[in-house]
Structures are given as structure tokens and as C-alpha cells.
Design a protein. Structure first.
Length: 1230
């Protein structure tokens, strides 16, 4: 792909012409005339008298062609197509240096029209100087190049150049540039390069920035070129500079000056650098050669200059350490958190007296007498004295209250009323956490109703994007665990100062048995906060943990081992007031419904999903595995018809009472809902569930708007209507739906699991624990005796474990670390937080996770979450795969990138039967390019063909899979993962940014697709696809002999025989292009002790391999690129050698590219964060002003229109560079 014409110095006839050319020139810049693809500014013409005067003759393209028409007729077509390359080759062969052009705006003598003139010094010794004129810089440079080629052709210097100049600079006999430190120590250029990178690496300052500008003699009327000025900056601070006659000399001298300045001022760092072993070769791979043409070097420089001068780079997030040569460390500013405005003693007394009057009035109000009597009859109210005493005397209390006891609604009211009766009501501020939004809202509304108040008086709630806050000083606030966790970070910033916690008297954590990550993190943070407040003598906050099913010993031990309490944590046990619930399991259900007539619902027994499910549960006793089934992933189809029939059977055998149905997820809810509404076509006990005069069907799921979910709590419009509530485990705890008498339970849940083998986090269907089943059954007995129908065998029920596996032990720890970092908990490192959790993960899992996130760029040098990390948090895949998806979107290669991500997170769809392995190998190899070997791209080619056929004709697609030995199941799994990833990118606002394309007119449509052309401009660039695979892989190997490879950990390993990159798939190696030290990305290593090599011992094999060229590896695969004495060193194990200028240019482009993309992701994150939300805790106990931890340190704003255009331009430029490199190395873009 070619970028914008003004961007590419090679381009003058469009993309096709661009690839046939090979040389461009450095463009001079002075003042506001600097040329940039991102900011196409032009010098103002001003008054004609102010312009420089260009002497005659006129040197436009037309004039030159007319003047030298005879000579041009003898020129070769390739010289005419690319005159710049002719000039470059001549100068390089004569002087070993590059030609430089100076372009100035001026006018002809006596004229007023502005004209650009470009001057190229081709041979100073022979006086060959070319000039060209044009109405634009580009046109003038093109004319000058043509004039230069003609001058050389005229002297026959193209085919027969004069001997090499005696004073030319060569790497063989040139004097090596050196500098001296203050003590006389000499520093060579190679040492200078290496030391500067070492200094920046050790100080975490990022890559050094190099800027080269033309310098003009301002005393001259015609502004003659004086030289070139190079400035090297570190973390934005200029350090060393130099003015020389050529760009290269200026850069070299500036490099030496920078190194000497740093070494003199930071002598300890210089001494450390000298102590670094220079021969750690035993742990490094042999060097890989990076060969490029001089024209390509020029392309690198132009791309770097354009990207560095962009608005994107200017607005980049500062994620490196600040640097100053003579910095004075200023005293850090105190982070003061505004606390709630305090009340005077008189105000407290007045408010407390008013609250007491209101409570007395409530006790005498006949209108709420039924509600008072209901509350008094609840078991919690009958144990009020025990509850209040234990909470008053202990910092932490555990409240074990059975289902129906009233713990959620009554415990906070008991505490508030107790304070009110003691005339301290204004000092009681209770925060109650709930695991879900619907629970926080519904419980707050319920308590307000019980107290005869309007919501927002003494009771309120705060959830994400929605709030109804109570009046401050004497209140009960319900919120989700995540909301309070985010607010606690401000308390950790300044525990000794004013904090919102100073006005909080109690924190009640309800349903503490739901051990999600936020719950475990909250317990760790609140324990730390309360300990610190106790140590500093701050007002005590009472913590109450409440649950119906929790194991109290685990929580008792957790808080007793801290300094928070010196005596045992008390446990209050409160029996429930639930009614008896009759339990029926699948054996009972099948026995009753097996013989019903076909038109009453008996048709379901012919359904394969029902037959398979019943056989597994009853005949196989829930499966053949032994022990606990909780962690087993259950992929058997859900028997939707059976679920619908049980609902119909319950309704048909009763006259009142609602039915609550527990289903694993949204897809299952929709499927059962559709079956119920289709009861006319698929009869269910003769009931018509589509009749809204008889039935209401409610859906409870986190994706359903809260307002719609709240409808289930509203009174019925007709008492005869029966409700069917289809819900996930959202209705398992806290929420009490009125008049539920029957519960139908599938016994399963969808939870997030991380598969380390495939680097994939996914929602899987698994069985809940027995405690969860008991909770669900309890929902049927809250109002009267009820019935529970469990769709699992009783044997299977008894084999289930008591609890589900906690999230901390089944989630990808990298994502857990990012989750912790997103909380910005000051004073607590990730290791500290995880080690202090109630069931901490193994410490050896933490450090690799942190290093992994730093390597990929999700954490900055402070170990804070970057914009990349923020966006990766929203993608349901391993961070490397997630980064590939983001890069695929930003580089407009979306569809194949998502396909590759899905492929890399699934098993290989190509099957290889034992007796058909050779045939399978031939088929698989047919989908792989002969010139470019890659397992993922091989699968991608086959998948795309199958996907196309699947859309057109599923039968043809089936025949295709059979013919090509492909697994249909795996192909469909790839398709599903791909769709989920695209949905995640849409939700993360990534797609919105790349929709704004200059290449394609905006199309107004309701739905965007990953296949839309504006998202896939570069989809056919295999060089980009291989680079994206490099992004997705943390594992690389380099070939050290014909079949032996080396990795960062293994001195020898081999490509697995199943890979298309193995020798078995490459019978004719003579047709393959030779590349020094091939680099391969691979997804996993397998060890085989049964095979051995001449080296002895076990053999290590690499699977899922892709050949990666050195440029793609440096730009996209390597995490850290540093200068070394011989070139560059990637990730401290793979050296690359070649021309220093080219290697340094690649290093700089990588740094600028990463910075620009980070700015893009920051803009995406900012736009995403501007979703509708409410102000948090205004005028309330939680109303600290530092809502956004990032706002004070770095102002973040969405991407501007210009930045979006720059993104499109520079990504196109990088793809163009990748394609050109492949052409130079392989003769085709592959």
C-alpha cells in the first residue's frame, strides 16, 4: 500500500509507480517551510519583493525536456522512470555519501509568481550541480532529479563513472569519529550509540529522539545552505547537538557530544556501562543481518521525520521518566482530598433531633403499621439486640443469616435506628455493597418504602451511570462493590488527612460469598484501610460481612490474622424465616412428564438435545468423571424444550404464584423465551404464553436496561396474571422477587475461564456449587411453601462441590493485574494487593504477569496502566492476541486480523487421521504460499474460503471441509470467537475511530461489519499479516543451521513436523529464497523425551510457526530494541547487524510508532469514557473531587480530526515500508 503522495518521497505516479522506484532525497527544512505529510504547510508568498530571486535559466520539467530532447531519446527507460536513483547511485559510488537537496521558494527576476527551486549537489569535485523549478516542492525536486540524470548522461557517467574520490568516506579507511571525556577517555561512535541507549534504558527514558534541520546563511541575500544541525533529545530534553556539512556527519557528532555530556555528568552510569559484560554471547543467538538499499534507508528517514512532526506524536502520552541534565528535585505536592463539609456540634444536634422526631412519627403512623409489623416479625429484628451489641463492640462482625431472614433490608435499618434513638442519627452513615446493580437499586427502593420515605431522603443508591443519593449526615447508601472500591483509592492516597471515610460509620458487605475479583480485592483494600486508620487514630469504621452460605472460618481467620482486631471475630447466626420448599430432581421430572401426549408437549422427547441430556444425567449419573464437577466445563447442549415444558407443567398444575427460571446466560434466556412464545407451533400443555392477558415474561440479565429489569418488582396490572422470570444468577441472592413460588433451575452458570494453552479467556458453561443450588431453591420459599425443580440428577447434585471456584484462581493473572492497576491503589503494589487477598494466587504467577504486561506495553515505566492496557482490559483474550486485534484495526487490516486472533485461540482445524497423514499433509500444504511459510496464514486461507462458501451454500461448505480434511466444529468456533472479538472492539470504541476514513466516503448504515472495505484497506498485505502475527507472539526463534533453531531460552530446538514451516512441507528448498538467519514466531513449545538428537537429551519442538522478516520483527515483534556495538540488540538475546544508519532509523521509527499508537488508544479510551454518566456522590459522604485519578497528571482528550487522518496516513506509510522491504528481500511483496 502506498501512503499519501506528499508523504512518500518515492511517489510521483501513484502506488504502482512507487514500487518500481528506489530512491528519494532528504528534504531540507527551514522555519515554517518544513515539509510533512501530516501538516501540508507552505511558505506564505507574501509580497513579491520579499521572495528570493532565482537566476535564469528556467528549469521546469517542460523546459528541461525540451532543451535536452535529443539526449533524453538515448536514455534507458529505467533512468527516466527513476532519475533520483541514478543520481544517488552515482554519488554513493563516488563519495560513499548521500545526495542532499535544498528547496527554496522564490521568484524569477522581474516576475511576481512564486516558484520553488530545488538544488542538488551531485559532485562537488567536478562541479556537477542540478537544479529544477516547479510550482510545488515535489515538482521542483522531480525536475532537479531529471536535470541531474541528464548531466550525468551527458558526460557518460551513468555507465562509466569516474574513479572513486580519494577523500570519500568509507567504512574501511575513514577516520573513526571519536570524542573525549573530561578525564581524556576516548569515546568511539559505536560506544556513544551504545551508551546513549544504555543510559535511556537504565533511566527508563524511552528511545532518544534525533532531529536534523537545514541551517542557512542568513547574511546571504539568497539564503545559501550553510550546513545541517542535528539535536538529540532524551525524554523531550535536548542534550547534544552539532552543525556539520552533511546530515550524517551532524548526527554522528551530535551522538558523540550527547554521550560525552551524559558520561561527564552521570559518571556512575558510565562506569556501570563499562562494567556490562561485552561477551554474554553464550546466552545470545548468532547475529541476523539486516540488509537494505540506500533508497530504503532514505525511505526510513522520511517516514521517521514525518511521524515525529505529527500532531499524534506531539500529543503522545508521557509514559517514560522525565529527564533533566541539571534537575533540582522539587518537594512533592501534597495530594489533598476534599472531604465532605463538616457540621458543627449544633448542626449535628439539630439534625439528630429531627431524625428522632421523624422516627417517632413513623412508629405512630397507622398507614405504615402493616409494614412495621412485617419488619418486626423478621428473624433479624428478633435478634436485633445480639446484632447491635456485637457490631458495637467489634471492628469486624460476620452475620450468617439464612435466606428470608431479612439481613439485607433490616441490618442497616437497625443500625441507623439505634443511632437515632441515641440522638446520634446524624453521625450514622452506612454504606452497603451489593454484587449487582439491580440488587443495589431494588433494595434501596424497598427500604425507602419500608421507612415510609421517598427514595433520596435517608436511603439512596449509587451504581454505574445511575444514582439517587440520600441526604448527607444520617443515611444508608447502597452501591456496587466496584463503585466503593474505586472510591477507596482516594482514602489510600491520604489516610491521615480528610477523607470521605471520616464520615462513614459502617460498611456492610452483603453476599460476601460471591467471590468475584472485585470482592476479593475489596476485602484486601478495606482491611488495609481499616488497619491504617486504627494505627493513625482515625474514627473507627465498623465492617459487617453478611451472607447466607459463606464459610465463616475463612473470613474469621483472614481478619483475625491482621492487626485490625485483637480478639476473635464474632459470628451472628440468624435462622431464616423461609417456608418449606419441596425439591424435585430430573428423575422425578422425567417420571411425571415422560408419558404426556405429543400435543401436550410429549414431542420434546424426540429432540436430540433432550435425549442426550437425560441419558447423561440419569443413565450416566451426570457423567463419568469422579469427584467434584464444579470445574468441569459442560459443553453438552442445553435441553431448551425440556426447560420450557417444565415451566408449562408448573403453570398448568397451579393457579397462582410466579415461576423463576435460572439459566446460564443470555443465549439460553433468548432460546427459552422464543420457545415459550412459540407454544402455538410447539405445544406446551395447551398454554399460550404469548397471551399477555395471562402471562408476563421478564428477562433478567446484566445487558438488559435496569429500568426494564425493575419492572419485575412492580405490582401486577391484573392479579390473575402469572409471571415467568428468565434469569441468570443475578436473581440468586439479594433480590427478592415478589410472589415467586416455583423455581426451575438448570444448575449451570457461565463464568470466565482462562485457557493458558490457547491464551484465551472465554465464557464457559459450568456447574454451580451446592450452596448456590440451595440459594436458588430458597427463592421459592420466601413468601409461602414452594417447589424447586432441579434439571440435574440427584446423584449429580450430591457430587457437586459446596462452592464454585473463586475468580482469582480461574482468571488470567495478567488481566487480574491490569484490573488492580486500573484501580490506581496508591501505596499498594500489585504483589502486595494479591498477597493480601483472602485466597492469594501463587507468588510465582505474579512476577511473570507483570513482566509480560510491561513487555507488551500495557504498563509504563512506573508500572501504571497505559492506554493500551486500558483498552486491552475490554477484550476477552490474552493480551498479546488483544494487541494484535487492536493493531489489525488501526492498520486497517481488521477482518484477517480478527480471523487470525480466532485461529490462534483455537485448535488447528486441519485434521490428520493416522492412516492419511501424508494425504493430510499435502492438502494442508496446498493452502500455504510457496514463498512464505506460516501455519496461521495457511489456516486463514482455508478458513476464508470456507466462510465464503458457508454464506453462499452451507452444503458446498460441508463438502469443502470433507475434501480438505477440516473440522467443521473448529471452523464454527473460529467464526464465533471472531464475532465476539469484533463486538468487543465496537464496545471499546475502536471501530468508531477507524470508521472515519479519507479513502472511503462515509456510509450511513445501521450496522458495521468487520468485512467493511474501509476497515480492510491493507488486508491483502501479507507482509502486514506476518507483522501482526509477530505482535501476537511473545515467542521467537532464529535458525542457526539447516533444521536447528535457537530461542531466548533454548540453545537448540526444532520445528514440529505438523507445521508447514518444517522440512517435511518444503521438499524443494532450492525454490525458497535464502535469508540469513531466518526468524520464526511460534505459539507454543512441546518437549519429547522419546526423541533425541546428536546433542542428546529431550527434544524441543515449536508449533504454529510463521516466518518473520527482520524488519517486521524489530517493529512489531521485539519488545525492547537497544543499540549495541555491532548494530541493534532485541530483547537482550537476538543481535541484528547492518548499516548503523538504517538500524538506528528502524529503532527510532519503532519508538515513534509506539508513541503515536499509544496516543490513538488514549483518544479511544477518552471517547469511550464519555458515555452518559452521573456525577458521583455529589454533596455526599463519597463526594471526593478526585474522581479521575488520571485527570491531574495528564489531560486526556479525544482524537482530533487531523490526528485521525494522521493515523491513516502513517499506518499506510508503515505498510508501504514493509511491502518495499519484502520486495527487496524476496523480489515480491509475498
Amino acid at each position: 500500500m502506498s501512503c499519501d503522495p506528499a508523504f512518500n518521497a518515492f511517489d510521483s505516479k501513484g502506488p504502482q509507480y512507487n514500487r518500481s522506484r528506489s530512491r528519494g532525497f532528504e528534504r531540507a527544512s527551514h522555519g515554517r517551510g518544513r515539509h510533512s505529510c501530516f501538516s501540508k504547510r507552505r511558505l506564505s508568498t507574501g509580497r513579491a519583493s520579499e521572495l528570493h530571486i532565482h537566476p535564469y535559466p528556467i528549469q521546469t520539467l517542460d523546459e528541461i525536456k525540451a532543451r535536452y530532447s535529443d539526449l533524453l531519446s538515448t536514455a534507458k527507460l529505467q533512468w527516466l522512470d527513476n532519475p533520483k536513483n541514478v543520481i544517488f547511485s552515482y554519488k554513493h559510488s563516488r563519495f560513499g555519501s548521500y545526495p542532499e537537496s535544498v528547496t527554496l521558494e522564490g521568484r524569477y527576476p522581474g516576475g511576481n509568481k512564486p516558484v520553488f527551486r530545488s538544488t542538488i549537489a551531485i559532485d562537488d569535485d567536478l562541479g556537477i550541480v542540478a537544479t529544477g523549478d516547479g510550482t510545488s516542492r515535489k515538482e521542483a525536486e522531480k525536475a532537479a532529479a531529471l536535470h541531474g540524470m541528464i548531466l550525468l548522461l551527458e558526460k557518460d557517467y551513468i555507465l562509466h563513472p569516474p574513479p572513486r574520490a580519494s577523500n570519500s568516506i568509507t567504512k574501511v579507511n575513514a577516520k573513526v569519529p571519536v570524542a573525549a571525556l573530561s578525564d581524556g577517555t576516548e569515546v568511539t561512535l559505536e560506544q556513544a550509540r551504545e551508551f546513549i541507549d544504555y543510559f535511556c534504558h537504565e533511566g527508563r527514558f524511552g528511545s532518544p529522539d534525533v532531529k536534523v534541520d537545514a541551517v542557512y546563511n542568513t547574511k546571504s541575500y539568497r539564503a545559501q545552505l550553510y550546513g545541517w544541525k542535528a539535536v538529540i533529545s532524551i525524554s523531550g530534553t535536548p542534550v547534544g547537538e552539532s552543525i556539520e556539512s552533511s546530515k550524517k556527519a551532524a548526527q554522528n557528532t551530535a551522538c558523540l557530544n550527547t554521550a560525552t555530556i551524559l558520561a561527564n555528568e552521570y559518571r556512575d552510569v558510565w562506569d556501570q556501562y563499562l562494567q556490562v559484560p561485552k561477551s554474554k554471547l553464550a546466552g545470545k543467538a548468532p547475529p541476523v543481518k539486516f540488509r537494505v538499499s540506500s533508497a530504503f534507508e532514505e525511505k526510513i528517514r522520511h517516514l521517521y521525520d514525518a511521524m515525529r512532526d505529527s500532531e499524534l506524536y506531539s500529543n503522545r502520552p508521557r509514559i517514560t521518566a522525565a529527564f533533566s541534565l541539571r534537575s533540582s528535585v522539587a518537594a512533592p505536592k501534597r495530594n489533598s482530598i476534599q472531604a465532605q463539609r463538616t457540621m458543627s456540634e449544633e448542626q449535628h444536634e439539630e439534625k439528630s433531633n429531627q431524625m428522632l422526631e421523624n422516627l417517632n412519627a413513623y412508629q405512630l403512623d397507622e398507614r405504615v403499621e402493616p409494614m412495621r409489623l412485617f419488619r418486626q416479625a423478621l428473624p433479624v429484628s428478633q435478634h436485633a439486640g445480639d446484632i447491635l451489641v456485637k457490631i458495637e463492640r467489634n471492628p469486624v462482625t460476620i452475620c450468617m443469616a439464612s435466606t428470608g431472614s431479612g439481613k439485607t433490608t433490616q441490618v442497616p435499618q437497625l443500625l441507623l435506628d439505634d443511632f437515632i434513638l441515641r440522638k446520634q442519627g446524624s453521625r450514622c452513615n452506612i454504606i452497603c455493597t451489593q454484587p449487582r446493580r439491580i440488587a443495589a437499586i431494588s433494595v434501596a427502593e424497598r427500604i425507602a418504602k419500608e421507612r415510609g420515605e421517598a427514595l433520596g431522603d435517608t436511603v439512596g443508591y449509587q451504581v454505574r451511570f445511575q444514582s439517587h443519593l440520600p441526604k448527607p449526615h444520617g443515611s444508608i447508601l447502597f452501591c456496587t462493590t466496584g463503585v466503593l472500591l474505586m472510591r477507596l483509592q482516594t482514602a489510600l492516597k491520604d489516610i491521615s488527612g480528610n477523607s470521605f471515610l471520616d464520615n462513614v460509620s459502617h460498611i456492610l458487605m452483603d453476599e460476601v460469598h460471591e467471590r468475584d475479583i472485585e470482592t476479593d480485592l475489596f476485602l484486601a483494600v478495606i482491611r488495609r484501610v481499616l488497619q491504617e486508620r486504627k494505627r493513625r487514630g482515625c474514627p473507627e469504621i465498623k465492617l459487617v460481612l453478611m451472607s447466607a452460605t459463606v464459610d465463616p472460618k475463612l473470613f474469621k481467620d483472614y481478619f483475625e490474622e491482621s492487626s485490625l482486631t485483637t480478639r476473635p471475630v464474632p459470628v451472628v447466626n440468624i435462622p431464616g424465616r423461609s417456608f418449606p420448599v419441596r425439591k424435585f430432581y430430573l428423575e422425578d421430572i422425567v417420571s411425571r412428564l415422560r408419558r404426556i401426549p405429543e400435543r401436550q408437549g410429549g414431542w420434546i422427547w424426540r429432540e436430540h438435545s433432550v435425549q442426550q441430556y437425560v441419558h447423561r444425567e440419569i443413565v450416566e449419573k451426570g457423567g463419568t468423571m469422579g469427584g467434584s464437577d464444579n470445574d468441569a466445563v459442560d459443553n453438552i447442549d442445553m435441553p431448551y424444550p425440556l426447560v420450557a415444558l417444565v415451566i408449562a407443567d408448573v403453570i398448568s398444575r397451579s393457579t397462582d404464584g410466579h415461576v423463576l427460571v435460572f439459566l446460564p446466560g443470555w443465549e439460553e434466556i433468548k432460546a427459552v423465551h422464543q420457545l415459550l412464545l412459540s407454544s402455538k407451533q410447539m405445544p406446551m400443555k395447551g398454554l399460550d404464553f404469548d397471551d399477555q392477558s395471562k402471562f408476563e415474561i421478564h428477562l433478567l440479565h446484566s445487558s438488559v436496561p435496569v429500568s426494564d429489569q425493575q419492572a419485575v418488582f412492580e405490582p401486577l396490572r391484573d392479579p390473575m396474571i402469572r409471571r415467568i422470570i428468565l434469569s441468570t444468577n443475578i436473581a440468586e441472592t439479594s433480590v427478592t422477587i415478589p410472589d415467586v413460588v416455583y423455581v426451575v433451575d438448570t444448575g449451570r452458570v457461565k463464568e470466565k475461564r482462562f485457557d493458558p494453552e490457547h491464551h484465551l479467556s472465554s465464557l464457559v458453561m459450568t456447574w454451580v456449587g451446592r450452596s448456590n443450588l440451595n440459594q436458588r431453591a430458597g427463592r421459592a420459599g420466601r413468601h409461602r411453601p414452594g417447589e424447586y425443580y432441579g434439571l440435574l440428577s440427584e446423584t449429580h447434585h450430591d457430587r457437586l462441590g459446596m462452592h464454585q471456584t473463586v475468580e482469582m484462581k480461574r482468571m488470567d493473572l495478567s488481566n487480574v493485574v491490569m484490573h488492580i492497576k486500573a484501580l490506581h491503589l496508591p501505596g499498594m503494589e500489585v504483589e502486595d494487593v494479591l498477597a493480601s487477598t483472602i485466597e492469594p494466587p501463587a507468588p510465582e504467577r505474579v512476577k511473570p504477569a507483570l513482566e509480560n504486561l510491561e513487555r507488551i506495553g500495557a504498563l509504563d515505566y512506573h508500572s501504571n496502566l497505559t492506554a493500551l492496557g486500558q483498552v486491552l482490559l475490554q477484550l476477552p483474550v490474552d493480551v498479546y492476541i488483544g494487541k494484535m486485534c487492536l493493531f489489525g484495526a488501526l492498520f486497517r487490516c481488521l477482518d484477517p486480523a480478527l480471523s487470525l486472533a480466532a485461529i490462534l485461540t483455537n485448535r488447528d482445524p486441519f485434521v490428520s487421521p493416522v492412516y492419511q497423514r501424508q494425504e493430510a499433509r499435502v492438502i494442508k500444504n496446498s493452502w500455504c504460499s510457496t514463498s512464505f511459510r506460516s501455519d496461521p496464514l495457511c489456516i486463514l486461507n482455508a478458513y476464508e474460503e470456507w466462510s465464503k462458501l458457508q454464506r453462499i451454500d452451507p452444503n458446498r461448505a460441508n463438502r469443502f471441509t470433507y475434501k480438505n480434511m477440516l473440522s467443521r466444529t473448529t471452523l464454527f468456533q473460529i467464526q464465533q470467537v471472531k464475532e465476539n472479538l469484533f463486538t468487543s472492539l465496537v464496545k471499546a470504541n475502536v471501530i468508531q475511530v477507524i470508521k472515519n476514513s479519507r479513502t472511503f466516503m462515509p456510509r450511513y448504515r445501521k450496522r458495521v461489519r468487520e468485512t467493511d472495505p474501509e476497515f480492510n484497506v491493507n488486508a491483502h498485505s501479507t507482509s502486514l499479516l506476518s507483522a501482526l502475527i509477530a505482535v501476537s507472539s511473545p515467542h521467537f526463534a532464529v535458525r542457526i543451521s539447516q533444521n536447528v533453531y535457537r530461542t531466548a531460552q533454548d540453545k537448540s530446538c526444532f520445528i514440529h513436523a505438523s507445521s508447514v514451516c518444517s522440512a517435511k512441507f518444503q521438499p524443494d528448498k532450492s525454490k525458497l529464497p535464502f535469508v540469513d538467519r531466518d526468524i520464526y514466531a511460534f505459539s507454543e513449545k512441546v518437549h519429547s523425551a522419546g526423541q533425541s538428537t546428536t546433542l542428546g537429551g529431550a527434544t524441543t519442538f515449536m508449533r504454529t510457526c510463521t516466518h518473520i522478516d527482520p524488519l517486521s520483527y524489530m517493529l512489531f515483534g521485539a519488545s525492547e530494541v537497544q543499540a549495541s556495538s555491532n548494530g541493534l540488540e532485541c530483547d537482550a538475546w537476538l543481535p541484528l547487524t547492518g548499516d548503523y544508519d538504517a538500524l538506528d532509523g528502524v529503532e527510532r521509527i519503532k519508538a515513534v510508532m509506539d508513541a503515536c499508537l499509544l496516543r490513538v488508544l488514549e483518544g479511544i479510551r477518552c471517547s469511550h469514557a464519555r458515555a452518559p454518566s452521573s456525577k458521583l456522590y455529589e454533596s455526599h459522604a463519597l463526594s471526593d473531587h478526585d474522581d479521575d485519578p488520571d485527570s491531574a497528571t495528564h489531560p486526556i482528550r479525544p482524537l482530533s480530526v487531523n490526528e485521525e487522518r494522521e493515523l491513516e496516513t502513517f499506518t499506510a506509510g508503515i505498510v508501504d515500508m514493509l511491502d518495499h522491504y519484502k520486495m527487496e528481500c524476496y523480489g515480491s511483496p509475498m
